[in-house]
Design a binder for this molecule. Structure first.
Ligand SMILES: O=C(O)CCC(=O)C(=O)O
Length: 264
């Protein structure tokens, strides 16, 4: 199981994000990629479409209908560091594959993740970490995420609901706040091969452009919450905000492949 050192933990506190290029075993990533076409062809309520095409925007809760993705959310090199960053045991709050199709994958406006969970699910504290797992290579061209380093330290910002620009309503951050945050914090876009992983604080401000390139940019976002920070409201479907609060146990049979870089 990967163990974060004090320098990495301090960097997470400072920047709000850690990035591990090529962390996952290529064989495991190949299996996850191989499952994607079947998942993206499914017609089920968990699978949401883009606003301007029928391409998939989010395939929520893939761990409930795919064995490979169920195993991924128990990956020791994910669950171990997340529990360390949050300082306690964690359960799975939300899990989505965002495939951002070539040419037509749509943007995600600037936002923080936690405000939605605070407003909708009444989760009291921002004790959640969001993990990204790249299923494709992410380049500057295929719609990578942008993060404003250190923006999580401002706490919850004023929110602006954007229910129109894309199919999935976001509680967005205003242009004024983004401009001000960028004067004090650097913009950062983690690029890397399939199998790269980031872990970010749920209050870091982030967004991503549309994918106008010919290359798909599929990634997973897996959100873990502390087991002593449970939601007290459940207005959303189970697949969008889970209510199975059993601590996630790291699976033990995994061994890290040769490419397991540990930089952050
Ligand atoms: O997939 C993307 O490009 C953005 C995803 C995102 O911002 C989120 O899940 O909060």
């Amino acid at each position: 199981m990967m163990h974060l050192d004090q320098t990495q933990i301090r960097r997470f506190e400072e920047d709000g994000i850690l990035f591990f290029p090529g962390l996952l075993d290529p064989g495991e990533v190949a299996e996850l990629r191989a499952e994607l076409p079947e998942i993206l062809a499914m017609d089920r309520p968990e699978i949401l479409r883009e606003k301007h095409s029928s391409n998939v925007r989010c395939a929520f809760a893939p761990h409930t209908y795919s064995e490979g993705y169920r195993r991924l959310m128990q990956h020791p090199d994910i669950v171990g560091p997340v529990a360390q960053l949050l300082g306690g045991s964690v359960y799975l709050h939300q899990f989505s594959i965002n495939p951002k199709a070539a040419f037509v994958g749509e943007a995600w406006g600037w936002h923080q993740d936690y405000p939605t969970w605070r407003v909708e699910n009444r989760i009291a504290r921002p004790d959640l970490v969001v993990v990204g797992v790249y299923l494709d290579e992410v380049t500057e061209f295929n719609g990578p995420l942008f993060f404003i380093l250190g923006s999580h330290r401002r706490g919850v910002l004023d929110i602006e609901t954007d229910a129109t620009s894309t199919s999935y309503t976001l509680l967005g951050v205003s242009d004024e706040d983004v401009a001000e945050l960028c004067r004090n914090g650097r913009l950062y876009s983690p690029l890397g091969p399939a199998g790269s992983v980031w872990m970010f604080h749920c209050n870091i401000v982030h967004g991503s452009n549309a994918n106008m390139s010919p290359s798909r940019r599929a990634l997973c976002t897996i959100s873990y919450n502390r087991t002593d920070n449970l939601p007290s409201a459940h207005p959303r479907p189970e697949w969008e905000a889970h209510s199975e609060f059993t601590p996630v146990e790291a699976r033990i049979e995994h061994s890290l492949g040769e490419s397991g870089a540990r930089s952050a």
